[in-house]
Design a protein around this ligand. Structure first.
Ligand code: SLL
Length: 163
């Protein structure tokens, strides 16, 4: 199979974390969660408006902090669903997000780094309190990214553009 010279294909996606403090009313702590855990949180990679991205992204490895049991997690793509992990904990850290592309792409895996945010920064106590009222104290840290496929192979170009 040949590469298509001079051609670049971009595919947008979103990745990041959403964290919510445990709270008896809005986010009760499930049984069995350790006492020192203060938040539930998720880390994800997904399409814009949840559009499918599994035609180019096959699996995602999330490398969490070593204090977390089984801290290296592989998530296989399911058509139309985000690549997502749900966790609980007490501290912030850097997450390594390794993207594995579909085999037709012949692309090597690539790693993104994302800081898990549990706490809102740079806000007054009043601002924090009003955020809590508005959205249960959710702290959203998302990034928009465009995946570049440079001079894709013909067969992969077909897959990328037939969606
Ligand atoms: C800190 N450098 O000290 C960071 C490390 C680690 C967070 C944060 C454990 C969760 C679990 C957890 O939240 N670790 O035991 O499942 O703030």
């Amino acid at each position: 199979s040949k590469r298509i010279k001079g051609t670049q294909v971009f595919r947008p996606f979103i990745y990041g974390t959403t964290a919510t403090p445990f709270d008896p009313v809005h986010n009760p702590k499930p049984p069995g969660i350790p006492d020192d855990h203060t938040h539930s949180w998720t880390v994800f990679v997904k399409g814009i408006d949840d559009t499918d991205i599994t035609y180019w992204l096959r699996r995602v490895q999330f490398k969490l902090h070593e204090s977390i049991p089984n801290h290296v997690r592989m998530v296989e793509g399911e058509k139309g669903k985000p690549f997502v992990l749900h966790e609980t904990g007490w501290g912030e850290f850097e997450i390594a997000i390794k993207l594995y592309y579909v085999p037709e792409s012949s692309e090597k895996p690539q790693t993104l780094y994302h800081h898990l945010r549990l706490h809102p920064y740079g806000r007054t106590d009043e601002e924090k309190e009003s955020m809590k009222q508005q959205n249960r104290g959710e702290v959203i840290s998302w990034a928009y990214e465009e995946q570049l496929f440079n001079e894709p192979y013909e067969a992969f170009y077909e897959i990328l553009t037939s969606g």
